[in-house]
Design a protein. Structure first.
Lengths: 261, 434, 564
C-alpha cells in the first residue's frame, strides 16, 4: 500500500477571494508510479493559472504501490474550495477529510472515493463505475448528467449519509444511489435506469422518468399528478404503493417505477 | 429640428423599431410615437456619469479615459479569477470584444441571463424550443397564454405590437377572435384582461405543467381533482382551448423561471408545448428582459460555443451554470476582480455578493450612475447605445435589429472602451512575457 | 490578401478548371493573386506533393440563427471539440456545431478557402453576416430563402414573373445575399399551421403549388445574369419514396434557358432526396434512378449530402422535416418559424452503422457520386452538419477513391447494404483529378465564382492553394483520409494560413454578394405591395429591414445585370 497525503496549505484559502483549486490531475491512476518530487511538480489549476501541486499542498508519500489499486490519496486541510476530487478516476482510493467542493467523483469509472464531510453540487456526475461515499450531505445534481446530455450516472454505487439537493440522479441510466436523509425536489428526473433509494422524504420524485426504480421510505411531498397507481405491494417487509410513470412522457415510455409508502 | 423615424428602442426585449423622435440642438427633445413611457424616458435621457474616475483613498477622483482604461487593464491582467458581467444592455459589437478580453485574461464571462432567463437557456438545452418570430404570433395566434409574466407592466408594448391585441393577416380583428389565458400567483393587470385566469399556488408550476401534459396526451383519468391550487375542471377547459386553437402561443416570464423548480419549470412548459403540438400548431417564447440579452447569448454562443456563464480560465470554454454563473461565483466569493458593463449588480445581487464586491477591485462601465458606482474602483462612462451609438441587438425572438445613433456625443462607445482595455491588457502581458 | 511574392515549387498540380491533371508545375503568387512568374519570392517546396486550388464548399450551414441555436442547445456537443486558445487561434469548441473560430480553422486545415452558407432567413440576415465576419480565413457568401415568402407566392399565383424578379432582386440586395435559396417550397409556410406540402399540393391560403413556386423562381432568377441558378432543397426531404418528388422537381426547370452555360437548378443534399420504399421498413436506395436522370440531362447540378456516421445536429429551414425526425428520436427539438418568409427546425441525430436506414443513407450518398458519370455535375458535401460535420469530407474522399475501403466499411454496417443498395456492386474509383473537381472546380463553376478567382489556379485567380502531404501515387485510403484532413500547407490570398496541419495565420475572409440590377419601374410597382406587407404584417419596419453596410467589413460585389 502507498499513502499519498496532500494537505492544502492554509494561506491558499485565507484571502478575501476563495478561488477554487481543480485537482482532476491528482487521481491515483495519474499519480501512480510518481515519487514525492514528481507529485509536487504535477500541475493543478488555481484560477486562470497552473501551479505546482507542491506549492499548494504539503505532500508526503508513505509506502510503495505495485498497482494503482494500492494507491490511496488522503486529502486534508480546508477542502471546501477544492473541485474535481477524483474526477475521472479509474482505480485506487481517495479519502477526503472535510467538506469538498463541486464535481467530486465526476466521470468516475472505478476505485473508491470517501468524503468525510459534505460534497457540493455535481458529485458523481456522469459516474459509470466505482464507489462514492459522502458521509455528510450532497448538493444539487448528484449523479446527474452534464448540461444537454441525456445520460447521467450509468454505473457504480453512491451512498449519502445525510441529505441531498435537487435533481438527484437526473437522466440516471444505471447504478445505485442510496440517500439516508431527505432529498430536495425532482429526484430521479428523466431517470431511465438504475435504482435510487431515499430513506427520508422526497419532493416531486420521478418526474419525466421512463425507466429505473425509485423507492421513498419517508414521505412524498407533492406527488406528481401524472403517475398511474398500479398496486399495493410489499418491499422488504414494508407495504408500498407502486406507481408507474411518467405518463407526461406518453404511456409507451412511462416505464419508471416509483414506490411510495 | 430634425425628425427621425424608425428609431429603435434600447430598453426591453420588445425592441420596438417604429419610434419617431425629434432632435434639436443635438438632443432628443420629443418622442412622438411608438414608445411606451419607460422607453420614452430612456430616449429622452437622464443623469449621467460625468467623467471617468478612479477611486483613491475611498473617493472617486475624475481622470482621463486613458487613465481609467489603463487602470482597468492593470486590475484585470493581474487577476486570478476575474469576472466580466453584464453585456445585455449594450450592443453585440461591444459584447464581441468582451468575449475576446475574457479569453485573453482567462476570465469568466457572464451576462444578465444568469439572473433572468438563464433557466430558460438551461431548459432549451434539455428539450429545445419550439418557437417563432413575434410577427408569426401577430399574424396567426388565436390563443395566447402568459405564464408567470405580466406584460401590461413589464413589456408595455408587447400585447399591442405582437400578441393578444395586435392585428395581422389572419387576426384582422385583433383580440376579438383571440383567447387570452393568464397563469399567475396573483391577479395582475394582464390577468384582468384574460378570458381564463388560472391562479396557481406559489411554486406549483411544475406540477401544473405535468398535469396539462398528461391531459393533452389523453391521460385525464390519472390527474387528481386539484393540482397546484387549480381545479381539474379549469385544467380540462384550458386543455380544450389549447387543442381547439389554430395557433397557440405560450409566453413565460420570471414567475415561471424563478420559483421552485426554476429551469425545470421551463422544461415542463416546453414539454407542454410539445404535447399541444401533437394536436395543433403551438409555440413558446421566453419574455426576455433587457433589449440585448438575447444578443449577448447569441454572440457568446457563436464565439465560445456557450450562451452565458462561460469560464475561460483554462484557455478553453467550460460552461456550467450553477458553478460558473456570476451569482454563484459572487456568493461563493470566488472572484478576485470584476468588470460590470451595462448592468447594476449593486441593485440586483444579494447582500453577500455586494459585501464581497466591496473587498475586490471593481470596474464599472455605464452611461448612468447607479448603486454599483458607490463601490466601483474604476468608473468609465459610455455613450448610450441606441441614442448616441449604433450597433446590433437581438430582440426577444432573436431577430437582429440595428440600433440607430440619434445624436453626437463626447462619451466613448462601449466597443471602443472595451477595445482600449483589451489593447492595454495585451501590452501588459507582452511586457510580462519579456 | 497579402502583399509580396510566393512560389510553390515542384508540386503535382490538379487544377481541373484549367485542364491541369497531375502535372508537375510551379504556382506563382503576387499580392494575393496567381501570376505567370515571380522574381523574388518566398519559396515553398511542394516536391512530389498533391497541389490543388483552395477548396470551395457549395453548401454548408456555418453561420446564422439556426446554426447558433444548434450550438446553444447542445452544450454536450460544445464540450466535445474544445481546444485551448493559442497565440494565433481563439478558443475552439464543438464537433457538429463548432464555434465560428473552429469553423474557419478546421475548413482551412482541410484546404478550403470558400464556403457558401446555404440558408439565410432574410429577416435574420444580419445575424448570418455577424457570424460570417467572425469566421476567420474563409471567404464566404450566403443564400437568402425566398421561396416560402408571401410575396413570392402571391406573384407566382398571379403569374407576374417580372415583378417576382423585382422582388427577388430587392431581397438579395436587402440581405446582401448571393442567390435564390429554396427549401421545402410551400411546405415551410404550411408548417406555420403544423402542415406540410408535397410538390403538387396547394399551399394553405395561398393557392399555389410548390411546383409553381420552383418554376416561377427559376424563371425570375434567369431574368438576371445571376452567377448561380436557383439552389433547391425540394419537398419531402427525408421521406421514404421521395425520389419521385425529386425527379418531378428536376423536370420543372428543364425548358428554362439559363443566362450562361450553367444549370438552371442546383439540387442540394441529394442523398436525402433519393429514397425508395413506402416506409422505413422497406426503405431502399434510389440513387440509381436519380443518377440516371442527372446523366441524361444537362440542366441540373447536384451535391451529395453524404452521411458521416456518428452524432450530429440536423438543422434546416424545412420545419416539418425536423419535426418528423424529432418524433422518431424523441430528442430535443427547436423550431423557429419566421414571419412571412420561412422557418427552421433543429434536432440532434445519431447516424449508426447498425441501423438499416442509416446504412442505406450512407450507401446512397456515395452511390450518387459513383453513378453520376460526369463529376462536373456534382459537389462533395455533407450538408454540414445535417448528414455529418464537414470534417468528415476526407472520409468520403477516401471511400470514393478506394473500392477496398468501401468493401471494408460495408462489412461493418447493417447487412441491408448488400440487398437494398447498389453500393457493393460498384467498382468505380475516383482519381485525384475527379476529387479536385467535386471539392473545388465544380462548385466554383456552378456558383459562377471561377470568374471571381475561386476554384482554380489560372493567372488572375486568387492565391488560394492547398498542398496535401501525399504523393499522387498514394493508394492507402487511411493515408489519403489523413492528408485531406490536415494540409501540409493552406495558402489563402498568398498568405500561409496552415502549415503542417496547424493554423499559423488568421486573416479575415471576404463576404461575396450579388447585386441583381432591376428596372426601376418594376421595382417601384413591386414596392407598393412590399411596403403594404411591412405596414401590416412584418414586425420590423421597412427601413430597419435591409442589412446595413456595417455588417460587411470586407465586401466583394458581383453585379448581375437584367438580361435584355
Amino acid at each position: 500500500m502507498q499513502t499519498i497525503r496532500l494537505k492544502l496549505k492554509e494561506e491558499i484559502t485565507s484571502g478575501d477571494a476563495k478561488i477554487p483549486i481543480e485537482v482532476d490531475s491528482l487521481t491515483p491512476d495519474k499519480l501512480f508510479g510518481k515519487n514525492e518530487a514528481e507529485i509536487k511538480a504535477v500541475k493543478v489549476w488555481w484560477g486562470n493559472r497552473e501551479e505546482n501541486t507542491g506549492d499548494l499542498f504539503d505532500v508526503s508519500v508513505e509506502g510503495e504501490a505495485g498497482t494503482v489499486e494500492e494507491v490511496k490519496i488522503v486529502m486534508e486541510g480546508n477542502l471546501s474550495r477544492v473541485k474535481h476530487i477524483g474526477d475521472g478516476m479509474k482505480a485506487g482510493e481517495i479519502e477526503a477529510i472535510g467538506d469538498v467542493d463541486m464535481h467530486c467523483g465526476a466521470m468516475m469509472g472505478g476505485g473508491r472515493v470517501t468524503v468525510k464531510g459534505n460534497a457540493d453540487c455535481w458529485a458523481g456526475r456522469e459516474m459509470h463505475g466505482g464507489e462514492l461515499v459522502i458521509e455528510g450531505d450532497a448538493g444539487d445534481n448528484l449523479c446527474a448528467m452534464y448540461r444537454g446530455e441525456m445520460t447521467g450516472m450509468s454505473g457504480g454505487k453512491v451512498t449519502v449519509g445525510g441529505d441531498a439537493g435537487e435533481c438527484v440522479g437526473q437522466y440516471m441510466a444505471g447504478g445505485e444511489i442510496l440517500i439516508k436523509g431527505n432529498t430536495n425536489i425532482l429526484t430521479g428526473l428523466n431517470m431511465k435506469g438504475g435504482k435510487i433509494t431515499i430513506e427520508g422524504d422526497a419532493i416531486m420524485p420521478g418526474a419525466d422518468m421512463t425507466g429505473g426504480e425509485i423507492t421513498v421510505k419517508g414521505k412524498v411531498l407533492d406527488m406528481m399528478p401524472s403517475f398511474k397507481f398500479v398496486e399495493t405491494t410489499t418491499v422488504e417487509g414494508e407495504e408500498y404503493k407502486k406507481y408507474l410513470g411518467d405518463l407526461a412522457m406518453t404511456e409507451k415510455k412511462a416505464k419508471g417505477v416509483l414506490y411510495v409508502r | 429640428m430634425v425628425e427621425i423615424t424608425d428609431v429603435v428602442c434600447s430598453l426591453c426585449g420588445c425592441v420596438c423599431d417604429d419610434i419617431v423622435v425629434e432632435v434639436e440642438d443635438n438632443k432628443v427633445t420629443k418622442v412622438k410615437k411608438g414608445a411606451c413611457s419607460v422607453g420614452k424616458s430612456k430616449l429622452m435621457g437622464h443623469g449621467r456619469i460625468e467623467s471617468p474616475a478612479i477611486r483613491d483613498n475611498g473617493t472617486l477622483k475624475n481622470c482621463s479615459y486613458d487613465d481609467a482604461i489603463k487602470k482597468a487593464a492593470e486590475i484585470l491582467a493581474a487577476a486570478r479569477r476575474p469576472l466580466l458581467y453584464g453585456w445585455s444592455s449594450t450592443v453585440c459589437e461591444a459584447d464581441k470584444v468582451g468575449v475576446e478580453l475574457a479569453e485573453e485574461i482567462g476570465a469568466v464571462i457572464d451576462n444578465t441571463a444568469s439572473v433572468c432567463h438563464g433557466p430558460s437557456v438551461l431548459a432549451i438545452q434539455d428539450v429545445g424550443l419550439p418557437s417563432c418570430t413575434l410577427g408569426q404570433v401577430k399574424n396567426r395566434a388565436d390563443l395566447v397564454i402568459y405564464w408567470g409574466a405580466n406584460p401590461a407592466a413589464a413589456h408595455a408594448n408587447h400585447m399591442k405590437r405582437y400578441s393578444y391585441i395586435s392585428k395581422g393577416y389572419w387576426t384582422e380583428e385583433g383580440k376579438k377572435n383571440k383567447k387570452l389565458v393568464v397563469v399567475d400567483v396573483r391577479r395582475t393587470a394582464t390577468a384582468k384582461m384574460a378570458d381564463v385566469f388560472l391562479q396557481i399556488e406559489q411554486g406549483k408550476d411544475y406540477l401544473v405543467f405535468s398535469a396539462l401534459r398528461a391531459m393533452l396526451l389523453g391521460y385525464e383519468d390519472v390527474v387528481p381533482e386539484e393540482v397546484g391550487g387549480i381545479s381539474k375542471k379549469d385544467l380540462l377547459e384550458t386543455v380544450r382551448m389549447m387543442k381547439e386553437a389554430k395557433f397557440g402561443m405560450i409566453f413565460f416570464g420570471m414567475g415561471a423561471t424563478h420559483t421552485r423548480g426554476r429551469h425545470n419549470n421551463v422544461v415542463n412548459a416546453i414539454q407542454t408545448t410539445r404535447a399541444a403540438h401533437t394536436h395543433t400548431k403551438f409555440s413558446i417564447m421566453p419574455m426576455r428582459g433587457h433589449y440585448n440579452v438575447a444578443g449577448i447569448n447569441q454572440v457568446c454562443t457563436w464565439e465560445t460555443g456557450f450562451p452565458f456563464a462561460v469560464d475561460l480560465s483554462r484557455g478553453y470554454a467550460w460552461y456550467n451554470p450553477g458553478e460558473t454563473s456570476s451569482t454563484d461565483l459572487l456568493v461563493r466569493r470566488e472572484c478576485d476582480a470584476a468588470l460590470f458593463i451595462a448592468t447594476d449588480p449593486g441593485a440586483h445581487f444579494p447582500g453577500e455578493s455586494i459585501r464581497h464586491l466591496s473587498k475586490i477591485p471593481v470596474i464599472q462601465i455605464d452611461p448612468f450612475p447607479n448603486p454599483t458606482t458607490e463601490f466601483a474602483d474604476v468608473v468609465i462612462p459610455c455613450a448610450i447605445s441606441g441614442v448616441e451609438a449604433e450597433g446590433n441587438v437581438y430582440r426577444m425572438d432573436n431577430i437582429p435589429i440595428r440600433l440607430r445613433k440619434l445624436v453626437d456625443t463626447e462619451y466613448m462607445a462601449d466597443e471602443e472602451i472595451m477595445k482600449g482595455i483589451l489593447e492595454e491588457v495585451r501590452a501588459i502581458k507582452e511586457k510580462e512575457g519579456e | 490578401m497579402v502583399e509580396g511574392e510566393l512560389l510553390i515549387r515542384n508540386g503535382v498540380v490538379y487544377d481541373p478548371i484549367n485542364g491541369v491533371n497531375g502535372e508537375k508545375k510551379d504556382i506563382s503568387i503576387r499580392d494575393g493573386k496567381v501570376v505567370e512568374e515571380v522574381t523574388n519570392p518566398k519559396v515553398i517546396d511542394a516536391e512530389g506533393r498533391v497541389v490543388m486550388p483552395g477548396g470551395v464548399d457549395i453548401h454548408s450551414h456555418i453561420a446564422g440563427g439556426k446554426v447558433n441555436a444548434g450550438r446553444l442547445f447542445r452544450p454536450e456537443d460544445g464540450r466535445k471539440g474544445r481546444e485551448t486558445k493559442t497565440k494565433v487561434c481563439r478558443a475552439q469548441s464543438g464537433y457538429s456545431v463548432p464555434n465560428t473560430f473552429a469553423t474557419g480553422y478546421r475548413y482551412a486545415k482541410m484546404g478550403y478557402t470558400f464556403v457558401m452558407e446555404a440558408a439565410m432567413p432574410p429577416l435574420a440576415a444580419r445575424h448570418t453576416h455577424e457570424e460570417m465576419v467572425d469566421i476567420p480565413i474563409l471567404d464566404n457568401a450566403a443564400m437568402p430563402l425566398i421561396d416560402n415568402n408571401w410575396m413570392t407566392m402571391e406573384y407566382v399565383k398571379s403569374g407576374d414573373t417580372d415583378l417576382l424578379a423585382a422582388y427577388i432582386a430587392w431581397m438579395i440586395k436587402a440581405t446582401k445575399g448571393y442567390g435564390v435559396k429554396v427549401v421545402n417550397p410551400g411546405g415551410t409556410e404550411a408548417w406555420a399551421w403544423a402542415k406540410n406540402c408535397d410538390i403538387n399540393d396547394a399551399v394553405p391560403y395561398f393557392d399555389v403549388t410548390p411546383a409553381e413556386i420552383v418554376k416561377g423562381l427559376a424563371e425570375a432568377t434567369e431574368k438576371f445574369e445571376m452567377p448561380h441558378s436557383i439552389h433547391v432543397h425540394g419537398n419531402m426531404l427525408g421521406h421514404p419514396g421521395n425520389f419521385e418528388t425529386t425527379l418531378a422537381t428536376y423536370d420543372l426547370v428543364k425548358g428554362i434557358k439559363p443566362y450562361r452555360n450553367r444549370p438552371t437548378m442546383h439540387a442540394t443534399h441529394t442523398q436525402f432526396h433519393s429514397y425508395g420504399g413506402t416506409s422505413w421498413r422497406d426503405f431502399e436506395s434510389k440513387a440509381g434512378a436519380i443518377a440516371d436522370y442527372v446523366n441524361k440531362n444537362e440542366h441540373l447540378s447536384i451535391d451529395l449530402g453524404s452521411i458521416i456516421l456518428g452524432d450530429t445536429t440536423t438543422m434546416t429551414a424545412d420545419g416539418p422535416m425536423e419535426y418528423s425526425l424529432y418524433q422518431i428520436t424523441g430528442r430535443k427539438w427547436t423550431n423557429h418559424d419566421v414571419e412571412l418568409e420561412t422557418g427552421s427546425g433543429i434536432t440532434p441525430f445519431l447516424y449508426s452503422g447498425k441501423s438499416p436506414v442509416n446504412t442505406i443513407q450512407w450507401a446512397i450518398g456515395q452511390e450518387l457520386a459513383l453513378l453520376v458519370k460526369d463529376p462536373w455535375k456534382l459537389a462533395l458535401t455533407t450538408d454540414h452538419p445535417n448528414a455529418g460535420p464537414f470534417i468528415g469530407y476526407p472520409i468520403i474522399i477516401s471511400m470514393l477513391m478506394s473500392k477496398r475501403r468501401r468493401d471494408e466499411s460495408a462489412e461493418d454496417m447493417h447487412k441491408v447494404i448488400f440487398d437494398r443498395a447498389e453500393y457493393s456492386s460498384i467498382d468505380r474509383e475516383y482519381d485525384l483529378n475527379e476529387i479536385a473537381i467535386i471539392t473545388r472546380g465544380m462548385a466554383a463553376k456552378t456558383l459562377g465564382l471561377h470568374e471571381h478567382g475561386k476554384g482554380h489556379l489560372g493567372v488572375g485567380a486568387d492565391g488560394d492553394v492547398a498542398i496535401y502531404d501525399i504523393s499522387p501515387e498514394e493508394r492507402d485510403a487511411g493515408k489519403i483520409q489523413k492528408a485531406f484532413l490536415n494540409t501540409k500547407y493552406t495558402i489563402k490570398g498568398g498568405e500561409v494560413v496552415v502549415k503542417d496541419g496547424e493554423v499559423v495565420a488568421t486573416p479575415a475572409g471576404r463576404t461575396i454578394f450579388v447585386t441583381p440590377e432591376c428596372d426601376d419601374k418594376l421595382t417601384e410597382e413591386m414596392m407598393v405591395k412590399l411596403k403594404d406587407k411591412f405596414d401590416h404584417y412584418y414586425s420590423v419596419t421597412f427601413n430597419n429591414y435591409p442589412v446595413q453596410d456595417a455588417y460587411l467589413p470586407n465586401p466583394y460585389e458581383i453585379k448581375a445585370p437584367w438580361r435584355s
